[in-house]
Ligand binder design. Structure first.
Ligand code: DQA
Length: 146
């Protein structure tokens, strides 16, 4: 049976393609989501949500309880600031894979801290757009093992 998975993207990720391409690459978010659907094949059914608004991201996480088996989540800069998103993730008890295009640990010190990591099943960071594909593979493998 195909796993239902939410691909959730936070602030400024709608600008991928033109946003700091030397850091984030030239793929748009639509390119990334298309590639994810292709690599998932019939193993997963994906829904994608991007929001620049912390409250909308929290609501998307809450709503995922009603339909999703897990979440691939790039919280953008909220990674480093949001206890509310951390509480949403721990509150819904769905497996979440924290995902970053860049290697946040090789960047500015304020990006080294994540409020989310401790409540996620794992983290993928630093592989550009491929971070999402790797995160999806990891989540499908995790769900298959349950
Ligand atoms: C990011 C890393 C964050 O530090 C940054 O604020 C982003 C993108 C990444 O995918 O590398 O917006 O989550």
């Amino acid at each position: 049976m195909a796993h239902r998975i939410l691909i959730l993207n936070g602030p400024n990720l709608n600008l991928l393609g033109s946003r700091e391409p030397e850091v984030y690459g030239t793929d748009t978010l639509a390119d990334i989501v298309d590639r994810l659907a292709e690599s998932a094949g019939d193993r997963a059914e994906l829904r994608h949500i991007q929001s620049n608004n912390e409250g909308e991201l929290i609501e998307a996480i809450h709503d995922a309880r009603n339909w999703a088996a897990g979440i691939v989540f790039n919280p953008g800069a909220f990674t480093h600031t949001s206890i509310a998103l951390r509480d949403a993730v721990s509150g819904v008890e769905l497996p979440v894979v924290e995902t970053h295009l860049s290697n946040v640990h090789a960047r500015e010190e304020f990006r080294h801290k994540s409020f989310l990591t401790a409540v996620c099943v794992g983290v993928v960071a630093g592989f550009g757009a491929s971070s999402y594909t790797l995160a999806l593979e990891a989540l499908i493998g995790h769900l298959d093992s349950l």
